[in-house]
Design a protein around this ligand. Sequence first.
Ligand SMILES: [Zn+2]
Length: 476
Amino acid sequence: MQRIFLTLIAFCVTCTCFSQTQKNKYSLVLENASIVNVTTGKITYKRLLAISGDTIKVIADTKKVRQYKADRYIDLANKYVLPGFWDMHVHFRGGDGLIQANKDLLPLFLSYGITTVRECGGDMTPSVMNWSKQITEGTLAGPRIFTSGPKIDGPKSTWAGSLEVETPEQVTKALDSLQKIDADFVKIYESKISREAFLETITQAEKRGMKTSGHMPYTVKLKEAVDRGLDASEHLFYIFKACSAKEDSITNAVIQSEHTAKPIGLFAALPSLYDTYDAKTADRLFKYLGRKRFSIVPTLFISKTLGEIKERDHSTDKLIPYIEPKIQTTYAGRVNSAKRQSNEFTAFSKKYALKANSLIPQMHLRGINIMAGSDCGAYNPYVYPGESLHEEVKLLVATGLTPLQALQSATINGAKFMGVNDFYGSLGKEKSSDLIVLDTNPLNNIQAIDQINMVVSNGRAYSRTELDKLLNSIKH
Ligand SMILES: [Zn+2]
């Protein structure tokens, strides 16, 4: 047996070119592709990608296609190939009665080219873990899932399923439980958590090497949290707070008010933060966060959607039929509270969003890792899985990021945050075959991301027709 093996090696050495290409059979060969390098912005034309399962094995000149045997060949002449999109802020939630409805959202992500999601806390972790396993094994169609498991918050937390912490011992127990289920990061929510428990959570997580991301109570200053190891901030409120020249006194006022009849909440503090925004303070902060390789998920689209709820009718939205009616009923809470807002507050929110959003290019310039996230999920009205991430990317371009920078926020930047960018988030030899195919060049016009021609997810290619078939399967 060994002798035959050695003879084979000798044979291979003498005719390397022929033998190397013939010995492998690939599951899929894509021909004539224009590959967009999301790191450099360069496009290479007429390329061939030979894929084996979840890995790109070869990238070569299409002329060499006859050297690569495959089960399936697809010609991508005049099409653009990019890594699959990452939505860095989604939720699966709503209680046991909505487990199937949440599972039905998975094809919606795929149909829009989202091949990975980061789930930021919910109340159906065992199901999410189960789907994640089935997706990796190839028995369920859906995006790869990174999950925080349940959120961490204080006593009487807002969201069902949260781990409630008050004392250092409770923090230890909560983090133990997250490590036990192999959570990919720690998501902290700020509705009820105290300043002390928040900082304790970050400190203990940092010691264990767990990534942390969150909302942040306004009783904490952002730098205190980042100094202790906070890795990312969801939404813009918390970074905006630290751009104020009066951050110290406003934080103290929030602390002083905490146990009074009229505690100052996030939205009550926002106007004074807006009035005391200081460009120099902001730039100093962004430089510091850039040095710390801090990440931010701005979630611009959900803010825009909630801000416009009073004036928009969503009953004829294209994607409404793909959202289980029981999930649609969870929209009422936020819709009603948006409708109750005074016109004055609505006007202020728009002014604030304009200001906060305009800071994104500068954050990027200073080295902050910008990640596209939609915040889609039950309770967040009309932010549809998939489509909302496309809208987020377009809004990032509207703030002044280049199309390339916005595409990075939806691909490689998420993979960097999760520490898996050597395999995921960009296309290359021995890298993930999760990819999307577009009809036109997204670097010229970001609207191109809406025309998804094909998706490869976990080694399986879905044509537009197959993606539409998947979508039809969840139509109500
Ligand atoms: Zn969220």
